[in-house]
Design a protein around this ligand. Structure first.
Ligand code: IPD
Ligand code: CA
Ligand code: CA
Ligand code: CA
Length: 279
């Protein structure tokens, strides 16, 4: 009903303001916050900035929306499986692209998704080095810095660019599957394979129409919650890597401009289910 819609719109406005504020902190900290800590393994990095920004976002939302729930990357304990309930839930990735952040590679985002009854209502991704604010509200379209976004109309996979990532698992069985999927896709052939080191920004690039699709196995809900609604509101589709419906909590995603391209990719993916501790 309309009162609920107003509250969610209010929440979205708050998310945009928080993403902008957090993003400016992240931008100022790039290459200054050099104390790198490790999580599950030597390539799973975290910094004080990740933790500080998540605390700032959660504290601010708790004050304004005291009954809402949260899932935040840096608040989920190692090995813990996070559950999405029906409660209005903020799904927060304070720094998406921590490895980029640490190295000064200029694709770093603050990602805030919001779900009610397990359905995404809005998403905000602020690519803070590029100063691009992406957002989408269910049924209202997707935007970047106020300009409407539209996915690519390409239907030929061999004229497409596909985005993916290597993730942070260094398990050789996982790496073999990642490479066999990439090899299959590259040899279709496609125009190219890309990946900017941020799941959220990859999804915004699908929404913007400059890559046809993005897929990854090993992502978490906070990596893709906001990006998922930005893609669908820009006219794109979401799918599981084995072709079924996309499940936000499954740790796998295909986001594409249309069903033809999504299905074309699904056929080439050597699917796996990520283990619990890869971040
Ligand atoms: C990671 C990035 C990366 C993706 C990983 C994510 P983080 O997020 O989105 O592109 O490949 O799967 O974990 O750890 O930098 O927030
Ligand atoms: Ca992330
Ligand atoms: Ca992160
Ligand atoms: Ca991380």
């Amino acid at each position: 009903d309309s009162t609920m819609a107003d509250i969610w719109q209010d929440a979205m406005d708050h998310a945009v303001a928080l993403a902008r504020k957090s993003g400016s902190l992240v931008r100022d900290a790039v290459q200054n916050d050099m104390k790198v800590m490790l999580k599950s393994c030597s390539v799973d990095l975290v910094t004080k900035t990740d933790q500080k920004v998540e605390e700032l976002i959660i504290a601010s939302v708790k004050e304004k929306f005291p009954t809402h729930s949260f899932i935040g990357e840096e608040s989920v304990a190692a090995g813990e499986t996070c559950v999405l309930t029906d409660s209005p839930t903020w799904i927060v990735d304070p720094v998406d692209g921590t490895t980029n952040f640490v190295h000064g590679y200029p694709f770093v985002a603050v990602s805030i998704g919001f779900a009610v009854k397990k359905k995404l209502e809005f998403g905000v991704v602020y690519s803070c080095i590029e100063d691009k604010m992406y957002s989408a509200r269910r049924g209202k379209g997707a935007f970047c810095n106020g300009q409407p976004l539209q996915v690519s109309d390409q239907k030929e996979i061999n004229q497409s660019i596909i985005a993916t990532e290597f993730g942070s698992s260094r398990d050789t069985d996982v790496i073999d599957k990642i490479f066999s999927s990439m090899r299959n896709i590259l040899c279709l052939p496609v125009h190219g394979i890309r990946g900017v080191g941020s799941a959220a920004i990859n999804m915004c690039l699908v929404a913007s129409g400059c890559v046809e699709a993005y897929y990854e196995m090993g992502i978490h809900c906070w990596d893709v919650a906001a990006g998922a609604i930005i893609v669908t509101e820009a006219g794109g589709v979401l799918m599981d890597v084995e072709g079924g419906p996309f499940d936000l909590m499954s740790r796998r995603v295909v986001a594409a401009n249309n069903k033809t391209i999504a299905e074309g990719i699904v056929k080439q993916i050597d699917a796996f289910t990520p283990s619990r501790d890869d971040r």
